[in-house]
Design a protein around this ligand. Sequence first.
Ligand code: ADP
Ligand code: MG
Length: 535
Amino acid sequence: MALAFDEFGRPFIILKEQEQKTRLRGLDAQKTNIAAGKAVARILRTSLGPKGMDKMLQSPDGEVTITNDGATILEQMDVDNQIAKLMVELSRSQDYEIGDGTTGVVVMAGALLEQAEKLLDRGIHPIRIAEGYELASRIAFEHLERIAQKFEFGLSNTESLVQTCMTTLSSKIVNRCKRDLAEIAVKAVLAVADLERRDVNLDLIKVEGKVGGKLEDTELIYGITLDKDMSHPQMPKRIEDAKIAILTCPFEPPKPKTKHKVDIDTVEKFQTLRVQEQKYFDDMVQKCKDVGATLVICQWGFDDEANHLLMHRNLPAVRWVGGVELELIAIATGGRIVPRFQELTPEKLGKAGLVREKSFGTTKDRMLYIEHCANSRAVTVFIRGGNKMMIEETKRSIHDALCVARNLIRNNSIVYGGGSAEISCSIAVEAAADRYPGVEQYAIRGFADALDAIPMALAENSGLQPIETLSAVKSQQIKENNPFCGIDCNDVGTNDMCEQNVFEALIGKQQQILLATQVVKMILKIDDVISPSDF
Ligand code: ADP
Ligand code: MG
């Protein structure tokens, strides 16, 4: 597109290669965009809730992902429609901000689009719909605050945190062990949390997985695990009160680089060179010992001769440790990363109560555990499971649970799940619609209907009659004035979500409503789509 001016100075737009562009305008543009957004939401709808289905996605290079997480499904799907990409972004922003509720937010946006389509058919201008949605979202936002409850927790009283994490995990493949995993997630978050500032640095929680064992073997380690072993099999497997030198500089005799030329023409010269090299390395080892190190963790490798020497001098070492791990080790052990060997001093050493090597299965698979660290605020969730897909999905589920626990530490308000909060909001929004004299009230009612989509999807996915179930629950909420009635997905026998302990974080729900409304408003405001046409 280009902007040009005619001889009178009036601007006009030139569309380059006009015939090669497709262009949709006005209502057509909105209708097409809505259809694309709805299509994406329809895919995710069946994955919502504790009885939601999983999706299996294959990447171009044949790697298979099985997941229930909305953000992951959309991320892996190859969408090339621009509006569909907006929905992908929507899910991703929920993931960034909150971590959970990534499926729900897309389903909600899809329902809003569906309602918008009906309103457009009735001749209401898109801007009026957008305004109505904005009003309604604010009503719902405030209503959520009204029905939310605060709960108290402390280091000894974590039950409500665990319950909320369990709600998150109940929709995942791992729901078999949701209690154990929820406890692990809560313990991990509390270990790194700063309760005074109400802040949690999730970077301090490392989530690691290793194929093998069973899900029940998943454990929380107050320290760091390293997928490495001691560089020499005869080095000690257990070091107590370890003083760790963390090196990012080479730890080996100097190698003649190709740039240099060393002339060796006699045996004696070779011998001297060898002795020199050995002495150089010997000095390095001595220096480590002098500063008091009992373990060396090194970013680089060292050759077999150096390895042998280290074993001989009784200085255990680990080689080829990645940069991220080194940083975590430094944080956990209170040590400093040493980039120049000369700078190694006793106060730069990290301290750990116990470093041990553990072997797994029948293979020669070994890992290092660095525990009882000086700064115990770095922890590792170590996941075991039958296969790689399972481990990856468990990692994602744990991530959701960790985020939920973090959100609750930031803001300890909860609303009840199972669609109960949405139904309650829907009733409130519907009631508020009457107060608006303009056409917005149609959009506000549409918003109320869209809120019902979440409990409907939950009911449908659990094999219940969606409309009957929803209307029964809704009338019960109105009759008993009880905002905790939701969909009894697991057939427990009661639909009081308070009794079922189905909690969700307030800020997660609020964020869902805000984000979904924003995206839908954005889609409604597009009235001209110019794109290169297909060949
Ligand atoms: P999301 O990716 O949006 O978090 P989920 O698949 O995790 O999607 O489903 C979350 C929805 O399932 C929420 O609306 C939550 O209230 C509901 N839910 C979770 N556990 C239960 C349960 N035990 N009974 C009823 N509803 C539940
Ligand atoms: Mg969830």
